[in-house]
Design a protein around this ligand. Structure first.
Ligand SMILES: Cc1ncc(COP(=O)(O)O)c(C=O)c1O
Length: 391
């Protein structure tokens, strides 16, 4: 399902100065969100995330104008909050008191927080052993009922859809709920505003269940339909992890449907999805925009995660760093040129999955070992060596 906005009547009533007078956030674009005027949004201050120029990372990739839209700055640390503020507000408008989702972690963290904010009951179905530590801690802290499912995310999603169909009082909050995607489309509107009323040449997005890339494309299309954005629209570039890349494989083979992957496998747990629910919308977004899909290995993802954190100070979880890994690969193959204005969407904060980073660390050095290494390096060593005796 998809929300179709009456853009003609919105266009008549909309003055772009209305947006400029409001803070950069999801609710700045209220006219484009399917929520009645009299409803007070359930909000934790979502959206309004930074669009960081990344010259050092851009230098590594050979791109002059690379920017990162850091969705890790959202209240629960991922882009899911954009959708959840709208989805939960819609649930309230519809008189619902119980919400549920299946999740690889970020959706459950976000839903649990917004349900708590709205005073609703929240149930989350998670794949056993498949959710990163930080995300689980969030769902626990916000008081969600946590149900572990034997199997992967795809099975958990199947079960919660079945449950929702049989339980009218339970409101399904996965991205198959089109209201959530309306919140997520605001990323495109913010990028347009942050670039001074323009779009970049391409937007690179990590893809799992495929709702987000579809939502962002919808945002750009609506800006065009409102007469605010002139073509060309950006190319939408979706990145999947090699062991969980049914859409990328379908795109590359020119197929009009996907072959689901029974046992998806990748270190990027947030996009470990073999049967993406929104694959049709994602393929449409990529093809309509003249974009493409690519897949990246776990090694490429982890190396991109390190580069983003160490060169630009932005700590992203592995799934989020896949957009950077994809950019590097596509720059190398020439699919993205060095002159393009590129926005990479970094979808979630690195602290959600610290284990991955700590595991790859060979351990801190002892102080004596540190002093010896400083001495071996010469000048820096002399000043450091004096400090212990001064102390
Ligand atoms: C951090 C992160 N990045 C990317 C994705 C993929 O988004 P989508 O499922 O909308 O494709 C997810 C989904 O859970 C996520 O948590």
């Amino acid at each position: 399902m998809e929300v179709v906005c009456d853009l003609e009547s919105i266009r008549e009533g909309l003055k772009p100065s209305d947006w400029a007078s409001r803070p950069l956030s999801v609710w700045r674009y209220r006219e484009l969100l399917p929520i009645g005027r009299r409803i007070e949004p359930i909000s934790l201050g979502e959206g309004g995330t930074s669009l960081h120029p990344c010259p050092r990372l851009g230098g590594m990739a050979g791109i002059r104008r690379l920017m990162v839209k850091n969705e890790g700055e959202n209240p629960t640390g991922s882009f899911k909050d954009r959708g959840m503020t709208v989805g939960i507000t819609k649930a309230l408008e519809l008189g619902k008191g119980w919400v549920a989702c299946a999740s690889t972690g970020n959706t459950s963290a976000s839903l649990a927080a917004y349900a708590a904010r709205a005073g609703m009951r929240c149930t989350v179905l998670v794949p056993k052993g498949g959710v990163a530590y930080g995300k689980m801690a969030q769902a626990i802290a916000h008081g969600a009922e946590i149900v572990e499912v034997e199997g992967n995310f795809d099975r958990a999603l199947g079960l919660v859809i079945e449950l929702a169909a049989k339980t009218p009082e339970l409101y399904l909050m996965n991205s198959v709920n089109p209201y959530r995607l309306e919140g997520q489309k605001t990323l495109a509107l913010e990028v347009f505003d942050q670039l001074g009323g323009r779009a970049p040449d391409c937007v690179v997005v990590p893809v799992g269940n495929a709702g987000n890339i579809s939502a962002i494309w919808k945002g750009f299309r609506e800006l065009e339909a409102l007469g605010l954005l002139k073509p060309p629209l950006p190319r939408m570039i979706g990145i999947q992890a090699e062991g969980a890349a049914p859409i990328a494989k379908a795109f590359k083979s020119g197929s009009s449907s996907i072959d689901p992957i029974e046992r998806p496998a990748t270190v990027a747990t947030a996009i470990r999805i073999g049967k993406p629910a929104s694959w049709k919308k994602a393929l449409r977004a990529v093809r309509e925009s003249g974009g493409l899909m690519e897949e990246v290995s776990d090694e490429e993802i982890l190396s991109a995660q390190r580069a983003l954190a160490s060169k630009e100070g932005i700590f992203a979880e592995p799934a989020s760093a896949s957009s950077i890994a994809g950019l590097m690969k596509l720059r190398e193959s020439g699919e993205i040129s060095g002159d393009e204005v590129v926005v990479c969407v970094v979808t979630g904060h690195g602290l959600k999955d610290p284990d991955v980073v700590v595991k790859s660390f060979k351990g801190p050095m002892g102080f004596q070992e540190f002093l010896s290494s400083m001495m071996a390096m010469g000048a820096g060593a002399r000043s450091t060596q004096r400090s212990p005796s001064r102390a």
